[in-house]
Write a protein that binds this ligand. Structure first.
Ligand code: PEP
Ligand code: MG
Length: 748
């Protein structure tokens, strides 16, 4: 504990200062006073022996910071220090900070448990807040060289108050990087508690973290993590306790040149303009162009309306007209102000709108700054990519020359990860590199990473085929066959799954074909793409899942309304049944594509029998109109209600497939992509396995498979087999691992 000693000419000034400090710290601070002179301290003056007595009273503190008001207070404090014995003297730090502000800043920092150098620095910068407010200090500093930026939405509902700010300072102190936080046009040093608190960032506000230095990336990532932690844990988190990576996302070895994916903010110059009318014209044109780009798609048209919001535009115009700001800087500042406004609202739904405003703002900025592409520009050569939270659309658009993925975030059951696994692309999550190397090699199973590896390591870890050909079924000890099916999401991984010898396609994810589409694909296009995907499986069974839109699988063209909690909203079959025309065309496309195949159709996110009944009725009509037979119709079991009452579905359903990814999410009440809860199932697999056993028992003899990620995980697969499952469907890259699994060994 660091102690504080206030040395003042006036006992009343010292007492009043103490009262101010204690308002912030309560009793969590050791603080003593040595003030006034004379018998009862009533006279103005300072007394070295009284100061020494108070220093001795604080001698059990690890350090004592002395704040003095002026003149002879400093002399008396120096004298008291000289009179102190050697051990005590070593603990005394006379601070040059202003008396009241310094006491406040140092007191708050000491009570928050910051280290001595940080508390001393806090005291000295005690005036910064006042200086910034009165314009005598620059609130906005120049960009740092080589900086890394991250956006974070403050999770603590009370915002960046004392404890989260202190946790931030402590976390930042563990890194060498220089750190800053920007919010609402203001900038705070990451090592200044008072400056961080003075930002006034509330819960839900989006702040920008900037870091520069050797470990900038790790620092920025750790701070983002910290700010986005819910309040209860944020108090305790430090750099050391931020979940440490890496974690395995997709197995396999990869080696090659590193390509760092940057989706950072566009660089906006702060140059002033002379022709203000021309700047305003350029802004108006960019806004019009952005509006035109959003036209035609209702969900995006709602975003376009934000561009008509007079407050944003008027704010930007005023910045150009009054301050001569250039159009990009003016627009960016106006958007930031609006985002901050929404960020302060209590309603989480309204706070989410801040994201829409930011997106629309970026669209206009791209028009102004040369129309940089929205997606990632994948390089043409073979690379390993380092990315911050790969999205499913990005994973789906990735080219075959991506040899491996290192994600600073990532989650084992996110859609992006599933796609990587299906395509046999090795990947690690929660990766923090000490530096950015030119070449890199890693093992997607063990998490081993080699920066700039030597030639033998490079050779050893390169060109290892992830997808090996093998048997499509394993004969188990009891003589039954364990069928190994494949999950596919497109032509590329279907071809790989066929080469790998999969029994059939156990899950074809149709939505992945259309993830980035803002306009609905027509029936012919759908039929063509689905036919191309299943072509390699001619003669083998193919289970095509109807479009599973919503939550972690955004399908823009379906125009699902924004929801507070999309995972519990209109998604999967609920969305399709509310878009009947599209659904009918979709079913027609599947039937046409599957005419020469052994096709089965599967329905995602089924909760109740009425949904299956509605699908069957529609399928019957569609098939009759095409003059085709009705194919087998299956239900995915991934909603707890369906898992518990699977017997209610039997009449309408020809087969079942257990989606352990969503089922786990709902059973554990833990979002499947949540980076802080990747291991919930591992902590109690029986919760899922018991449900699976129940499903099997109540499925009325219908075939039951598992197509969630658990099927491709050797430990879980052994348990699933043990409870009686004989059909597992997984990404092609995982087939070999399951083939090598010893299913005769008892499960631990
Ligand atoms: C599942 O939820 O387990 C599943 C297989 O479906 P998806 O991962 O596509 O949601
Ligand atoms: Mg699912």
């Amino acid at each position: 504990m660091i102690g504080l000693l206030l040395v003042s000419h006036s006992a009343r000034l010292a007492a009043a200062t103490e009262a101010l400090v204690r308002q912030m710290t309560g009793d969590r601070l050791r603080l003593a006073l040595a003030a006034g002179s004379g018998a009862d301290g009533a006279e103005l003056g300072t007394d070295a022996s009284a100061i020494l007595a108070q220093l001795e009273a604080l001698s059990d503190c690890e350090a004592i910071i002395v704040l003095m008001d002026m003149g002879s207070a400093v002399l008396s404090a120096e004298m008291a220090r000289d009179l102190a014995d050697e051990a005590l003297r070593a603990k005394i730090h006379l601070s040059p900070a202003p008396f009241v502000e310094g006491a406040m800043a140092a007191g708050v920092a000491a009570a928050a448990g910051l280290a001595l150098d940080l508390v001393l620095a806090e005291a000295v910068s005690g005036l910064a807040q006042k200086q910034a407010a009165l314009g005598s200090a620059r609130a906005d500093e120049a960009p740092m060289v080589g900086e890394v930026t991250r956006r974070a939405v403050i999770a603590d509902p009370h915002g960046l108050h004392l404890r989260p700010a202190a946790a931030l300072v402590k976390c930042g102190a563990a890194f060498k990087a220089e750190i800053r936080l920007r919010y609402n046009g203001c900038c705070a040093r990451g090592d200044s508690l008072t400056a961080l608190m003075a930002l006034g960032a509330r819960g839900g506000a989006e702040v920008i973290i900037e870091a520069a230095g050797p470990d900038a990336q790790q620092a920025a990532e750790a701070l983002r993590h910290l700010l986005e932690q819910p309040a209860a844990t944020s108090l305790e988190l430090t750099a050391a306790t931020v979940p440490s990576g890496p974690v395995s996302l997709s197995p396999g070895l990869a080696a090659g040149r590193l390509f760092v994916v940057r989706r950072e903010r566009m660089v906006i110059s702060d140059a002033r303009v002379t022709d203000r009318a021309a700047a305003r014209r350029r802004l108006d044109q960019a806004v019009a162009a952005a509006r035109a780009a959003l036209k035609g798609t209702p969900i995006l048209e709602a975003q376009a309306m934000l561009l008509d919001d007079p407050t944003i535009l008027a704010n930007a115009w005023a910045r150009i007209a009054n301050d001569g700001q250039n159009e990009a800087a003016a627009w960016d500042a106006a958007i930031a102000q609006e985002v901050a406004l929404y960020g302060r609202l209590d309603d989480p739904y309204l706070r989410e709108r801040a994201r829409d405003i930011r997106e629309v703002g970026d669209l206009v900025l791209r028009e102004l700054l040369g129309g940089a592409p929205a997606g990632i520009a994948w390089p043409d050569e073979d690379v390993i990519v380092l990315v911050d939270n790969l999205t499913s659309a990005e994973a789906a658009s990735m080219k075959p020359n991506v040899l491996g993925v290192l994600d600073t975030g990532g989650s084992p059951t996110s859609h992006a990860t599933i796609l990587l696994r299906a395509a046999g692309v090795p990947a690690l999550g929660r990766v923090m590199l000490e530096r950015i190397p030119r070449m890199i090699a890693f093992d997607g199973a063990t998490g081993a990473i080699h920066l700039d590896p030597d030639a033998p390591t490079l050779a050893r870890m390169s060109h290892v085929p992830q997808i090996l050909s093998g048997v499509s079924a394993i004969t188990l000890g009891d003589g039954t066959a364990l069928e190994l099916w494949a999950n596919v999401s497109g032509e590329r991984d279907a071809a790989a799954a066929a080469r790998a010898g999969a029994y059939g396609i156990g899950l074809a994810r149709t939505e992945i074909l259309f993830l980035d589409r803002t306009e609905a694909p027509g029936e012919d296009e759908q039929a063509g793409r689905i036919a191309a995907m299943i072509a390699p499986f001619k003669g083998r069974p193919v289970v095509i899942r109807v479009l599973d839109a919503g939550a972690d699988k955004p399908v823009p063209f379906l125009q699902l309304a924004p929801e507070n909690n999309p995972a519990l909203g209109v998604r999967g079959i609920r969305a399709l049944l509310r878009n009947r025309d599209f659904f009918a065309a979709h079913l027609r496309a599947i039937l046409r594509a599957g005419m020469d195949h052994d096709v089965r159709i599967m329905v995602p996110m089924v909760s109740v029998a009425a949904e299956m009944q509605a699908v069957r009725a529609l399928l019957r009509d569609v098939a009759a109109a095409l003059g085709l037979a009705v194919p087998p119709l299956g239900a995915m079991i991934e909603v707890p209600a369906a898992a518990i009452r699977v017997q209610d579905l039997v009449e309408q359903t020809d087969f079942f497939s257990i989606g352990t990814n969503d089922l786990s999410q709902y059973v554990f009440a833990a979002e499947r992509g949540h980076p802080a809860m990747p291991d919930m199932v591992a902590s109690n697999p029986a919760a899922i396995l018991d449900l699976c056993a129940g499903i099997l028992a109540r499925a009325g003899g219908r075939p039951v498979s598992v197509c969630g990620e658990a099927a491709g995980d050797a430990r879980m697969a052994r348990r699933l087999v043990q409870i009686g499952l004989r059909r597992l469907s997984m990404g092609a890259a995982r087939l070999e691992g399951i083939r090598r699994t010893d299913f005769t060994v008892g499960v631990e």
